[in-house]
Write a protein that binds this ligand. Structure first.
Ligand code: LLP
Length: 386
């Protein structure tokens, strides 16, 4: 459905800012949960890294999802939003002692451990508190995802996860730990994945590994966590506003063979919040080049870094004008030539003061904003409260 922007209300707000369609967010979260709950033992944790805006976290909590965090700050944000500690998982290759202690004190469900020294740190800190901490080991499945090189994580030599060859050593370290309890296996192959074959490849790896662990080591763990990664259609945000969660969960149900009673966890970020958000920006100048026209807007790469960082495409719309189209490079004011949102975009003729929406920016948009050039961080507004 064509998104409905309250352009009149936008007039009174300083641009640039993030605008979140609360109805679409609710519908997306509810659809994901409904489709997951059709399968026994499926749990959805929202990947807080995608967007930690407190209003979004609060809606995530109200809908009943858990949280997947990658820093002590994210664990605190999830707890502050009301998400129950027993639904929080905590991943990351570089958890500090302080962050591990925070997680132990909060009594979160599980830490996804990524190396032997990390497991030893969890053991030492848990022993000091006379606690037993539940961990899953993040295993590198060596599955490549068909996505941008900067956002694949599952290939063999990678800073993330533990490689197969190291598994025996990791298991024997865990065996010697009295304050660490291994409860699961964790995987994540990458992000913005639209090809189900990539998830099927992961399922096959998980199946092989589970059988290997059962047959050779007598190990069957109660939890399997397959991470996140489901992509969104940046090219068609209105036609594909809610991602195909049915296909996604059904793919796992068909291809991942769980043992009796095993629980399956997902860490979805982008697919839950990506399409509900737009970066709203105003045109400061239209500049005529020699062969091009530039629409210079008041948002910059610091507000939405994805185009500059990954060459990512975000659809742009002119919310003010419906004049005949012309072609523009939509660029920001930041002193970097990579501060370009999109080149050669066809837009209804653009004038100074027009309001543009940069679509599909709910995930890794506001969360990745930074203050380069002493620019103010963009605010986020929910359609409910605008
Ligand atoms: N679990 C783990 C272990 C992860 O590393 C990630 C994302 C997720 C879950 C959530 O993945 P999602 O469902 O959102 O695909 N900034 C990049 C994306 C980085 C993703 C990092 N990890 C971007 O803007 O495309």
């Amino acid at each position: 459905m064509r998104a409905n922007f309250p352009v009149k209300a936008f007039e009174g707000i300083d641009t640039p800012f993030y605008y979140y369609d609360a109805d679409l967010l609710r519908e997306t979260l509810a659809t994901a949960l409904r489709e997951a709950s059709k399968h026994k033992g499926y749990h959805v944790h929202y990947a807080v890294k995608a967007n930690f805006n407190p209003q979004i976290l609060s809606m995530v909590c109200k809908q009943g999802l858990g949280a997947d965090c990658v820093s002590g700050g994210e664990v605190q944000a999830a707890l502050a939003a009301g998400i129950s500690p027993d639904k929080i998982v905590f991943a990351g290759v570089g958890k500090t002692d302080k962050e591990i202690s925070l997680a132990i004190d909060a009594g979160i469900f599980c830490l996804n451990a990524e190396s032997i020294p990390e497991i030893q740190a969890i053991e030492r800190l848990s022993a000091a508190k006379s606690a037993v901490t539940q961990i899953a080991i993040r295993i590198n499945p060596n599955v490549g995802a068909h996505t941008h090189a900067n956002i694949t994580t599952g290939l063999a030599e990678n800073k993330f996860g533990i490689n197969y060859e190291q598994l025996d050593d990791v298991l024997s370290v865990i065996d010697s730990c009295k304050h660490v309890k291994l409860i699961g296996l964790h995987f994540h192959i990458g992000s913005q994945i639209l090809v189900m074959d990539d998830f099927i490849a992961l399922c096959n790896r998980v199946n092989e590994l589970q059988i290997h662990l059962r047959d050779n080591k007598g190990i069957i763990l109660p939890h399997v966590n397959v991470g996140g990664g489901l992509g969104i259609r940046y090219d068609a945000p209105d036609e594909y506003d809610v991602p195909d969660f049915r296909l996604y969960f059904d793919t796992y149900a068909k291809h991942l063979h769980l043992f009796e009673g095993q629980q399956l966890h997902f860490e979805l970020g982008r697919s839950l919040v990506g399409q509900c958000g737009s970066l709203i920006t105003r045109v400061t100048y239209v500049k005529e080049g020699t062969c091009k026209k530039f629409a210079i807007v008041d948002a910059g790469m610091n507000d939405l870094v994805r185009p500059a960082m990954y060459g990512a495409y975000h659809k742009i719309e002119n919310l003010t004008s419906s004049a005949p189209c012309d072609s523009y490079d939509v660029v920001g004011p930041v002193c970097e030539s990579s501060d370009v949102f999109c080149k050669d975009v066809e837009l209804p003729q653009v004038s100074r003061g027009d309001i543009l929406a940069i679509r599909s920016a709910g995930a890794y948009g506001e969360a990745m904003a930074f203050g380069y050039n002493c620019r103010t961080l963009p605010k986020g507004y929910m359609s409910d409260t605008i």
